[in-house]
Design a protein around this ligand. Structure first.
Ligand code: AMP
Ligand code: MG
Length: 409
């Protein structure tokens, strides 16, 4: 049986490149950008009025003038006007082009308007105020967002501004989640006493959805012929197969054999970890498909998805697969077996920037309710038994900090 480092190395050695696709802007959120975003115009593209008020030629103000007859109005969205008389002013609205012949905007709050004349109240005023100079932020042709960045709301705003109605993004693989088990029934069924509703399909699908992947769902009974035929057709249709169940040592755990018969090479089976010991991983070179066959226990398949499948997907996109996050135990904890233990923890983000991990160990790998009390797995090394308060370990969160934070009012 291999350890988690070796398992990780093998999984990450099988990364694929799934290419690039063009998506409409509104569908590109959360995807990985595969083209640079370049300013097609200056940012801002014209010297922009930033306050509602009057635009003047500062020289008039500097020479002592305080009364400015209003020549007209420069609205946002109108072509640039010209101040005809340097001793006059134009009323201007936020977002308008600063009129020719003016350089300073005095907001309405600092002006008294009577009978078509604006009187400037303050004695002093800074030249150029409230005019956002053309090209001040970025110049035309400048790189604003490099290729390879995640598209967050901020990148979407830039893409829209530079006129990208379609964006080249990293294509995701075609993924399916295949559950196995004769004891499983649909969510809307009333289970018989010996049955349970299937939940893994939905947890794994949701974990993948966080990455932007929409996985299709299949189910197979614990029957060799059915397993073979479902797997055979899925190996053709998908780039990544995620299986849940049927990989342990039970008499009806037919998955490894069926995969072998279909020419899927086993790269490892069983990892020195808890939960998730029966994890099976392989690939079909012929069909260019990788197979993550995860144990059916809900916490096991959940953890393996977070710890192996997600990093695999990220590395395939050219991103770092190592987890940058670590968290520090808030209480002592002991775990005796010689296995890496993925301890479920509740996270607390402290005012001084630390992440504390409170153990919520749960009652084994079938305890899926416990996943709702925790927010992450803390990776405790296999060569130790006692772990002490204050020690920090790699942490695999499945709830984002801001969501972990929000408590009921
Ligand atoms: P297996 O890996 O097939 O031996 O299953 C291990 C345990 O996980 C059994 O108790 C199964 O009933 C349970 N299990 C397997 N698949 C699912 C699923 N899709 N949803 C919920 N529990 C499951
Ligand atoms: Mg089973």
């Amino acid at each position: 049986m291999i350890g988690i480092e070796e398992a990780t190395e093998i999984v990450l050695s099988k990364i694929r490149d799934w290419g690039v696709e063009d998506l409409p802007l509104e569908k590109a959120f959360g995807r990985l950008l595969r083209e640079p975003l370049i300013a097609d115009r200056d940012f801002p593209p014209y010297t922009r009025v930033t306050m509602d008020g009057i635009a003047i030629a500062y020289s008039a103000f500097a020479s002592g003038q305080r009364q400015f007859p209003i020549e007209g109005l420069q609205a946002a969205g109108s072509p640039q006007k010209t101040l005809q008389n340097p001793g006059h002013c134009l009323e201007v609205m936020t977002g308008a082009v600063l009129p020719k012949g003016t350089d300073t905007v005095i907001p309405y709050e600092e002006v008294r308007i009577r009978e078509g004349v604006a009187e400037v109240i303050p004695d002093e005023f800074k030249q150029g105020k409230n005019a956002h100079l053309q090209g001040l932020n970025r110049k035309r042709g400048e790189l604003i967002v490099p290729s390879g960045k995640w598209i967050s709301a901020a990148e979407l705003g830039v893409a829209a501004t530079v006129g990208k109605s379609f964006l080249a993004v990293a294509a995701w693989p075609k993924v399916c989640v295949i559950t196995t088990g004769d004891e499983l029934v649909e969510v809307d069924a009333v289970p018989l006493p010996h049955q349970i509703r299937k939940s893994n399909a939905y947890t794994i699908q949701a974990l993948l959805r966080e990455e932007g992947i929409e996985a299709d769902l299949y189910h197979m009974a614990d029957k060799p012929e059915e397993i073979s035929s479902v797997l055979n057709s899925c190996l053709d249709k998908y780039d990544v197969l995620v299986l849940s169940g049927g990989v342990s040592k039970g008499k009806l755990d037919f998955v490894p054999e069926a995969l072998a018969d279909l020419g899927v090479e086993k790269l490892f089976h069983r990892v020195r970890q808890r939960p998730g010991k029966p994890f099976w991983f392989g690939e079909s070179q012929e069909r260019n498909t990788v197979v993550f066959a995860l144990p059916g226990n809900p916490v096991s398949s959940f953890m393996c998805t977070c710890r192996y499948l997600k990093p695999y997907l990220r590395k395939s996109l050219g991103l770092s697969a190592t987890n940058p996050l670590s968290a520090c135990l808030a209480e002592d904890f002991s775990f005796a077996p010689s296995l890496t233990y993925f301890l479920q923890v509740r996270l607390e983000y402290t005012q001084d920037g630390r992440v504390l991990a409170y153990p919520v160990a749960g009652k084994g790998s079938g305890d899926l309710a416990n996943l709702c009390d925790a927010q992450a797995f803390l990776e405790l090394p296999e060569d130790r038994t006692d772990f002490f308060k204050g020690e920090c370990f790699p942490c695999w969160p499945y709830v984002s900090p801001e969501k972990a934070f929000s408590k009921k009012q």
